[in-house]
Design a protein around this ligand. Structure first.
Ligand code: RB5
Length: 147
């Protein structure tokens, strides 16, 4: 059976947690690693932006993005129309980001979360479906917002 695909990307601040998550998930998922490949300092907007383009191109249906706090990665990812990036620090918000927001990018802070909690957040996010209904209308209203 084909494994479902999940993209993963980080800067140096999220690198260690990215590596842990990638290795933990690759038995059940085809993990597509969009970098970074080491602890060397890199710029998260470029890496996260390139990975979001892959989501929008349909190469991966979902992406996990990490930086040190998760803040920069989520700000960068949410610049893209049709990217709904949710910065989560707990299982509840991870669940709700799927049920109500249909988040297609999960953002985590590599310098914020321990490995066990991060993995539980990811698992909750992966296994939770979008509820649709009234939330569909609200997502469309977000896409319709004009700066
Ligand atoms: C890099 O030092 C750090 O600023 C970055 O990983 C992230 O936390 C930005 O929001």
């Amino acid at each position: 059976m084909m494994k479902p695909k999940i993209g993963i990307v980080s800067d140096h601040g999220g690198f260690a947690l990215k590596e842990f998550l990638r290795k933990s998930l690759e038995e059940s998922f085809e993990m597509v690693d969009y970098g970074t490949k080491s602890e060397e300092s890199v710029d998260y907007p470029s890496l996260v932006g390139a990975a979001c383009q892959k989501v929008l191109a349909g190469d991966v249906p979902r992406l996990i993005a990490l930086c040190g706090t998760g803040i920069g990665a989520s700000i960068a990812a949410n610049r893209f129309p049709n990217i709904r990036a949710a910065l989560c620090h707990d299982e509840f918000t991870a669940e709700m980001s799927r049920r109500h927001n249909d988040a297609n990018v999960l953002v985590l802070g590599g310098r914020v979360l321990g490995t066990d909690l991060a993995l539980r957040i990811v698992q909750k996010w992966i296994q939770t479906n979008f509820e649709g209904g009234r939330h569909e209308r609200r997502l469309q209203l977000i896409e319709d917002l004009k700066p």
